[in-house]
Design a protein. Structure first.
Length: 463
């Protein structure tokens, strides 16, 4: 059996080649790095390759980490595969919104019932994110990604073939189950294959698939659904999911250094105040964006005075903002870490307070829609925060982040609907959203306060 760490492996190999080295093992352990490099060469000649050595020692040199072993080209293909999965998920999630009328006519149901199909998917995300992450905690991340995206392909194929409302409702719920768990595991993989200083940027590239889905996938599936059949949209998503499975299987090789955990260990580690505070920030602070986006159509028609035909353009512009937000979020978190959440939330409050004023003019509403889309920068920031505070609950916390965002997707429209139901203008959803973003900022302040108190209590113990 190979020794347990690279240095000892090198010494053992060198001892076989040069017996005198074995007597001075403790001295060699403290030798200069250049000398140990020479010993590692001897270790390779003695059949202890660097990858095999690293797999025996979790605390091995960073030079032997997964991120260091990958070339930039290999890393790019892996991130592209993960992003394609995000594109498939985003396309499926928004397809029902763009094809509401076609699905209504095709299944002979009301538009309200199509809304229930959208809700069924969201409920599937909220339920499936923690449950599937908990169940898959002990599996290799590569295997889990392949299973989750295969599951997603089946759920969307069932949606494309659903003969009636009942089966479609069940199919959309099933399709939503792997959504959050996939993104959670994909984020962990993106962080693992990237240098520490580029974690945020790597995770934002995975989320970029969602933004591109809004910009390209949703208009494409809407057009295909109108020209052919609404079923074509979900069949296309199934094909994209299968393509994602093929790319992940091809480019993401098994990682022998991956640290496994167990479901119960993840569950115990998940019960930390900082984890729950990060999830609360996402659930409340992100609700403002969904509040405005959900009622964008009545705002454009009733307040700005545009025709309904402008809605696809508005959605595409929102997608441009989302792409900018993803890139900016990765940049911010790499430089400011958790403080980036405060930056994004303050920006969100300012944008949402200006939204009702901008809605009065065609010239100002479209730049404002781009600004609203940039609020998606919060996703990468909170995902990185959860990785830092979740301990052994990495998979469960990362997946739960997307359950939190879908909670925001439920709360935002609900709060906005209450304002509109009270007789206020659809544009006032900006003020409602600003209040939720402010709530998220206050929760960020609480998280920082709790963290400082924890550090202050830890200092005397260290002394």
């Amino acid at each position: 059996m190979p020794p347990r760490c690279p240095t000892n492996a090198a010494i053992a190999a060198c001892a076989a080649l040069f017996p005198a080295a074995g007597r001075y093992g403790p001295v060699l352990n403290r030798a200069a790095p250049s000398f140990l490099t020479g010993l590692d060469v001897a270790a390779q000649q003695y059949n202890y390759g660097p990858y095999r050595i690293a797999s025996r020692c979790p605390m091995s040199s960073p030079a032997l980490s997964l991120a260091a072993r990958l070339t930039p080209r290999e890393r790019t293909f892996i991130l592209l595969a993960l992003s394609l999965g995000g594109f498939a998920i985003g396309t499926s999630e928004f397809a029902s919104m763009g094809l509401m009328l076609e699905i209504s006519r095709g299944l002979s149901i009301s538009e309200t019932q199509v809304g229930h199909l959208i809700s069924a998917y969201a409920i599937g995300v909220v339920v499936g994110a923690p449950v599937l992450a908990f169940a898959g905690a002990g599996f290799a991340r590569r295997s889990l990604l392949l299973a989750l995206m295969g599951f997603y392909a089946v759920g969307n194929l069932a949606s494309a073939l659903a003969p009636n409302y009942g089966t479609m409702l069940l199919a959309r719920f099933v399709a939503g189950l792997p959504h959050g768990a996939y993104f959670g595991v994909a984020m962990l993989v993106a962080a693992a294959i990237s240098p520490p200083s580029q974690r945020g940027s790597a995770m934002s590239k995975v989320l970029l698939g969602l933004s591109v889905a809004i910009l390209v996938g949703n208009p494409l599936t809407t057009w295909l659904g109108q020209m052919l059949s609404w079923r074509t949209a979900f069949a296309l998503v199934s094909v994209l999911a299968i393509a994602t499975v093929a790319m992940i299987a091809r480019f993401l090789l098994p990682d022998p250094d991956e640290q496994r955990t167990s479901p119960m260990r993840e569950l115990r580690a998940f019960n930390r105040p900082q984890v729950w505070l990060a999830l609360a920030i996402g659930s409340i602070g992100f609700a403002g964006m969904f509040c405005v986006f959900t009622y964008l159509a009545p705002t454009l028609v009733q307040v700005t005075g545009l025709a309904e035909s402008w809605m696809p353009v508005a959605v595409g512009i929102f997608g441009i903002g989302a792409i900018i937000g993803n890139v900016a979020g990765g940049w911010l978190v790499d430089r400011f870490h958790f403080r980036a959440a405060a930056v994004v939330l303050v920006w969100s409050v300012i944008v949402l307070l200006l939204y009702p004023l901008a809605a009065r003019s065609v010239w100002s509403i479209f730049p404002m829609i781009v600004a609203v889309g940039t609020m998606g920068a919060l996703a990468a920031v909170l995902q990185t925060r959860l990785m830092d505070v979740a301990g052994e609950a990495q998979t469960l916390a990362a997946a739960s982040n997307h359950a939190a965002f879908n909670t925001a997707n439920a709360l935002g429209p609900w709060f906005g609907g209450m304002a509109i139901g009270a007789g206020l203008s659809p544009a006032t959803t900006g003020y409602v959203g600003a209040a939720t973003a402010l709530g998220g900022l206050l929760l960020w302040g609480v998280a920082m306060l709790v963290e400082r108190q924890s550090r202050a209590l830890a200092v005397p113990c260290e002394r």
